[in-house]
Design a protein around this ligand. Structure first.
Ligand SMILES: NC(=O)c1ccc[n+]([C@@H]2O[C@H](COP(=O)([O-])OP(=O)(O)OC[C@H]3O[C@@H](n4cnc5c(N)ncnc54)[C@H](O)[C@@H]3O)[C@@H](O)[C@H]2O)c1
Length: 403
């Protein structure tokens, strides 16, 4: 990449750090900026922070070592990439733009004509056109995109497989004009092997939100099917298996709810800009949000014949085989049951603070094992030691809420 020399990445978490590493590996000069001083220190000391096997190797790579540094405040650069959180306000269900505004404000003093600002954070539609443009134009002498190029290049990575995905996934490059898109495409072209799809900022914002909303709505449909089957006494997984024999049907598996900080969050950003149109989206959110209470109810019923039941809940992360507990429905289920006065021991072999004893030991005297998140490790232990586990229990009941 000829014109671009220095990339400043604001926010070096799950999204920002891997991208910073990839650009540094590609030979660009990269400054990672984060308000979290421990993170900044860790990057500069090359210590592992995320549980991604390739991360440590890249941090220690001599090319990356030479090209990447981290600090707490921005500096001058050619490209500013904003990858800060965009949480949803828990009551109003609208995007909290505070971190993006703070990140933009910190960049403004360092902006020079011709710079490119890339927003990687997931944002509500029209953010580039309304918020970013206005923010820059009212606080500097620059016009967007005449003087400062702006693009929205949303991230699609899957935690647990970040480095494979960041390189091989196709990528949307949403420029506020053709020049913004072209320069942003050059920036990502340094390491992305998937296809780069150049488009406008609004289309990129919408497409990113549609992706996660599509998943949320389809999960809600599977969860609703599960509740209908329960009501009629049918085995939902079996029935879905039959339905999926249709060549054009692919129903997802029902579960305990939706976690992580993307799928349960992003649909709200569509609702925020089009509340009267987003009817299906709102209902799906409601169905998925109610799942932890529904599952807690099933657990209560399963032990209703036992006095002072002892429950063992397995799995605490928001999805299988990862250590991320953000917005985890499993945590919510355990919290609901404990609030109701149930004795619940919660174990997860992938989470340091919940690792606990072997399953045979954990099962001692239990009346129910509720498998909330079925990591491969949990499945293997349950399969291998099933007889011993059941023998250790007071009542040998094991329910899989996730297959
Ligand atoms: N994690 C994912 O899998 C994923 C996937 C796609 C999109 N996204 C989106 O990417 C964005 C970032 O998500 P993440 O998972 O990397 O979040 P994260 O919490 O892991 O990292 C964000 C980082 O930004 C830092 N930060 C906050 N405000 C700052 C500021 N003003 N200046 C500098 N640093 C600041 C935080 O300290 C944190 O380290 C969000 O909008 C998210 O929705 C995430």
């Amino acid at each position: 990449m000829k014109a671009t020399k220095k990339i400043v990445v604001i926010g070096t978490g799950y999204v920002g750090l891997p991208a910073a590493l990839m650009w540094a590996k590609a030979g660009l000069s990269v400054v990672g900026v984060d308000i979290n001083k421990n993170l900044v220190r860790a990057i500069n000391e090359r210590t592992l922070l995320l549980d991604e096997k390739e991360l440590q190797a890249l941090l220690e790579d001599p090319v990356v070592r030479a090209n990447l540094s981290a600090r707490q405040t921005p500096c001058e650069g050619d490209v500013f990439v904003i990858a800060v959180p965009t949480p949803v306000d828990p009551l109003k269900k609208v995007c909290d733009m505070g971190p993006v505004e703070a990140a933009l404000a910190s960049v403004l003093p360092h902006l020079r004509r011709g710079n490119l600002v890339i927003l990687e954070s997931t944002v509500p539609p029209m953010t580039c056109r309304r918020m970013v443009k206005t923010f820059i134009e009212t606080r500097t002498k620059f016009k967007v995109p005449r003087d400062i190029l702006v693009a929205h290049c949303p991230e699609r990575i899957l935690p647990g497989d970040i480095f494979q995905e960041i390189v091989h996934n196709d990528r949307l490059i949403g420029g506020m004009d053709a020049r913004s898109a072209r320069v942003a495409a050059e920036v990502y072209g340094c390491f992305v092997k998937g296809e780069l799809h150049l488009t406008d900022d609004l289309s990129a914002e919408l497409a990113k939100l549609m992706e996660n909303t599509y998943r949320d709505v389809n999960i809600a449909l599977a969860n609703e099917f599960a509740q209908i089957c329960e009501h009629l006494g049918a085995d939902v997984r079996r029935v879905i298996g039959f339905a999926n024999k249709h060549p054009r049907v692919k129903i997802l598996s029902p579960g305990i709810g939706v976690g992580g900080h993307c799928i349960p969050v992003d649909p709200w950003f569509l609702k925020e800009v089009a509340p009267y149109n987003a009817r299906l989206i709102s209902t799906a959110r409601m169905v998925n949000d109610e799942m932890p209470e529904h599952i807690a109810g099933k657990i209560r019923r399963a032990v209703s014949d036992v006095r002072e039941p002892r429950i063992v809940a397995l799995g605490a992360t928001y999805k299988r085989n990862c250590e991320d507990m953000r917005e985890s429905p499993a945590l919510e289920i355990v919290e609901i049951l404990r609030r109701d006065g149930y004795e619940v021991a919660h174990y997860d072999p992938l989470v340091a603070q919940l690792r606990g004893p072997s399953l045979v030991k954990a099962a001692r005297g239990a009346d129910l094992i509720a498998v909330l998140v079925c990591h491969d490790e949990i499945r293997a232990e349950l399969d291998e030691k099933r007889a011993a586990i059941e023998k250790a229990m007071r009542h040998a009941r094991i329910i899989f809420f996730e297959e």
